[in-house]
Design a protein around this ligand. Structure first.
Ligand code: MN
Length: 487
């Protein structure tokens, strides 16, 4: 589905038709120009002058699947009581763009006519008041509409709003249950559906095995050819690769039949299967499906949502797990990986397909998997946890580096990063906030985008960045605990 955003411009009748015609023409021009630089079209809908126009446009937006959010701006003053009914009923993400058509105050030209037409400075304040008065979640972006910084921030907000749409449509296919006794991968699926829109349901591993039995050799040939085109084959064990292809085809068919964009499984329940899906899960993630190991449906759904929020609707984001630290002074790094399932969108170079023994779980044969090093660059890791009565999204800024060691005997993909504010303070903060060992690592989605997403989903947001201290965070968590009990 081609998503779009709607541009609603505020005004009123007081200025006369000539001003309204100018506002209309400029709004059209701005939407067209902005659509050229934004990741999704900005469609100009109306210069709003009445309660009815606003309410009708909002009703239409609420029921239009293509519309992923609205952007409002008041070119002139636009009395806010006429916005109350529409904004109160608004169910789509909302961004208030506080801008103006002209960049400069024109020294010679400026007179009272100019002032009447170009009074966004006070129009946007009236508009801001009603947003605050209604306690309506919204993003405020201020700046000149042709400024690159404004484009970047509006783009990022649009992507966060795409994450809202992806969340509301999210269906997760769980193969089996969570890993026995693990706490953090649990959660209230009813709460997740109420707040985030996720439909999280279980399918038997036996159903998957049955589906695998129906996969044809020709289907496997075609997928193996795709593997060969995308990855370097570094194993003679073609049977293991073909087995992974069979698993991938079967899982994809089952997910597509149900409209699922994410799945989870566990190495403790591979009943009737020869291998834990490795390459299969990795190649599904490359196509935008979310994955979570050990039955972790929360991280699975988040993986898919962050992918949808990224470049072209399938960005560099993947399921990750904190494994071990390098605690040498001056070289303090986290090493992230997983048993097998690291998304190739995180890779610095072309991944290799390898087969190795997997000692954990019920694998009867060595699973094929993609092995690679993660890219260097700025990113984030994020974890969604169930606090009992509410969901908390924790985001930590990271700087990924080329792994400082070759680790030739490590048989899985790996990513190495410096956590903010530093390794040990970052770990202390993460642990205090209750963040999981499972995360989504992203090079494409920023903390600000996830803050916007959490605001739109009405869940708690905790950000660990370069300035976070355990002392400040402890107080923040105590205050938020109270606020979220009252909400
Ligand atoms: Mn794990």
């Amino acid at each position: 589905m081609q998503r779009e955003f709607w541009f609603i411009v505020g005004s009123q009748f007081l200025y006369g038709q000539e001003v309204l015609d100018t506002v209309d023409a400029r709004a059209k021009e701005m939407a067209a120009e902005l659509s050229k630089v934004l990741p999704y079209p900005l469609v100009y809908k109306v210069t709003a002058k009445t309660n009815k126009e606003i309410t009708e446009t909002v009703k239409e937006a609420n029921y239009c699947d293509q519309c992923a959010g609205i952007v409002t701006w008041c070119h002139t003053f636009s009395p806010s009581k006429m916005w109350i009914d529409g904004l109160r009923d608004l169910q789509k993400p909302w961004c208030h763009l506080a801008t103006q058509y002209n960049k400069e105050i024109p020294n010679e030209e400026i007179d009272m006519d100019f002032m009447n037409l170009n009074q966004a400075a006070h129009g946007d304040r009236e508009h801001g008041f009603i947003g605050a008065r209604l306690r309506k979640p919204r993003k405020v972006i201020a700046g000149y509409w042709q400024d690159e910084k404004v484009h970047k921030r509006l783009s990022d907000w649009m992507k966060a709003a795409i994450g809202v749409a992806a969340s509301k449509e999210m269906k997760v296919m769980r193969f089996g249950d969570n890993m026995r006794e693990v706490a953090v991968t649990e959660g209230d699926k009813v709460e997740a559906q109420i707040k985030l829109g996720w439909q999280v349901n279980t399918w038997a591993v036996g159903d998957l095995v049955k589906e695998m039995g129906k996969v044809t050799e020709a289907e496997i040939d075609a997928l193996v050819a795709e593997y060969e085109a995308s990855y370097d084959i570094a194993t003679d064990n073609t049977a293991a690769i073909r087995y992974q292809a069979k698993e991938e085809i079967a899982m994809k068919k089952m997910m597509d039949r149900e409209g699922c964009k994410a799945f989870s499984n566990t190495f403790q329940d591979l009943y009737g299967m020869e291998q834990l899906p490795g390459l299969a899960s990795q190649h599904l993630m490359a196509q935008g499906y979310g994955y979570g190991g050990e039955g972790d449906w929360k991280v699975s759904a988040m993986t898919s949502i962050l992918k949808a929020m990224g470049e072209n609707g399938n960005g560099a984001s993947g399921f990750m797990e904190d494994y071990t630290y390098h605690m040498v002074e001056g070289q303090e790094y986290s090493l992230g990986a997983h048993m097998l399932e690291v998304c190739p969108s995180l890779a610095a170079d072309k991944p290799r397909i390898e087969t190795h023994h997997l000692g954990i779980g019920m694998n009867r044969k060595d699973p094929a998997r993609l092995v690679f090093e993660g890219k260097a660059g700025k990113g984030i890791v994020t974890s969604l946890i169930d606090m009992g009565g509410r969901l908390r999204l924790i985001v930590q800024d990271i700087e990924a580096v080329k792994p400082i060691l070759p680790m030739p005997n490590l048989p899985v993909a790996r990513v190495m990063w410096r956590a903010m504010p530093d390794l040990t303070t970052g770990v202390e903060c993460w642990i205090m906030a209750g963040g999981a060992h499972h995360t989504v690592l992203s090079y494409d989605v920023s903390a600000e985008m996830l803050r916007d997403w959490a605001r739109m989903m009405d869940i708690e947001f905790v950000h660990i960045d370069k300035d976070t201290t355990p002392e400040k965070l402890e107080e923040e968590l105590m205050v938020k605990d109270l606020i979220w009990k009252l909400k």
